[in-house]
Design a protein around this ligand. Structure first.
Ligand code: SAH
Length: 333
């Protein structure tokens, strides 16, 4: 996710900023009332799976245009090394390249890639250009699928990159279809992590690579549970960003290790929370302009709430509860 969340969030990532933008004389008390509504909605929001899916689709339908206008075609964190770099779009592209090189993917043998939770297809198009391969992407948002296809056409690669609305938990692809299975900041939206991983593995060819980069909570010791305070914070984030319960990187590793079809000796994991940390500040700094704030206000309640909740994400990272998990593995030959 997500990171529409990000920028949107950035636009008003402090509640003070949000309060300021929402309490302009033009709208006055109505907007102050909206903050109370946002806070109330973060406290109670019983969501079942079908509501979650509709919520995700609607959230990205409404917020993706604004994100793209302010931040471009990549809806994910940048790779901030060195931490003070200011070329933000390149930092996002570097994130893709770093994930590929961390996973040992050099392009040889990559003819078909799948982008699971593709946003408007920024990763897919980059990978298509980098390796000369084909890519398919799935998203729950009709707006994103259309926009992804439009951009592929504009960039002259419509014959190689295409996007469609489909559920990552039930992908419309045959078994053993792809040489590279890519999921960047979408796993956190998946309500059934086991099924999610099994879909990634099902569509992956023998010997292919799965790259999973996702928001996770901290690893837990045997028998340990998240504290009540931690659970409360994650639940608020879930309501704002249409997320189900979280898991840890270790949970993903265990799911992968329990499968017969993955070559667990090739699994590599890392925590890249430190390389994305400067992203938030950078986004806030680069995005606070009148156009962004007006766009945010026009995007509606869920987008504004997403922005409001950015502070919660920051808190989660700062206290070590939220991690930016990287997990990669190859399928057995
Ligand atoms: N990976 C993209 C977008 C990240 S935003 C990028 O880095 O630019 C999260 C994406 O996950 C959105 O496109 C959203 O529609 C998608 N998503 C969330 N749940 C999904 C599901 N069950 N099936 C397919 N896509 C899903």
């Amino acid at each position: 996710m997500s990171r529409t969340l990000l920028l949107i969030a950035l636009l008003c990532s402090s509640s003070n900023l949000l309060a300021t933008s929402l309490s302009t004389p033009a709208v006055g008390e109505v907007r102050v009332g909206r903050i109370a509504r946002i806070k109330a909605s973060l406290r109670s929001d019983p969501r079942n799976r079908s509501d979650l899916k509709k919520g995700i689709a609607g959230f990205y339908d409404r917020s993706s245009k604004l994100w793209e206008e302010v931040w471009g075609e990549h809806m994910h964190h940048g790779y901030y090394d060195p931490p003070d770099r200011t070329d933000h779009t390149q930092a996002q592209v570097d994130m893709i390249d770093k994930l590929l090189s961390f996973s040992g993917v050099v392009g040889e043998g990559v003819e078909k890639a799948v982008d699971v939770g593709c946003g408007i297809g920024g990763s897919s198009r980059h990978i298509v250009r980098k390796y000369g391969c084909k890519a398919r992407g799935v998203t729950l948002s009709p707006y994103q699928a259309n926009r992804g296809n439009e951009l592929a056409k504009e960039q002259g690669i419509a014959d190689k990159a295409s996007f469609q609305v489909a559920d990552a938990l039930d992908m419309p692809f045959d078994d053993d279809s792809f040489d590279l299975v890519w999921s960047l900041e979408s796993g956190e939206h998946m309500p059934d992590k086991q099924k999610f991983v099994s879909e990634l593995a099902r569509v992956a060819k023998k010997g292919s690579t799965i790259i999973l980069c996702t928001w996770v909570h901290r690893d837990l010791e045997e028998g340990e549970e998240l504290t009540k305070k931690e659970v409360k914070l994650l639940r608020k984030i879930n309501r704002a960003y249409y997320l189900p319960d979280w898991c840890s990187s270790k949970d993903y590793q265990q799911i992968l290790a329990s499968r017969d079809d993955v070559d667990i000796s090739t699994m590599k994991v890392d925590d890249w929370s430190y390389v994305i940390a400067p992203f938030w500040k950078a986004v806030i700094k680069s995005s606070l302009n009148l156009r962004s704030v007006i766009g945010l206000l026009k995007s509606g309640f869920s987008t504004i709430r997403g922005a409001y909740a950015m502070g919660l994400m920051l808190r989660g990272f700062n206290v070590g509860l939220i991690k930016f998990g990287v997990i990669t593995v190859k399928m057995k030959e």
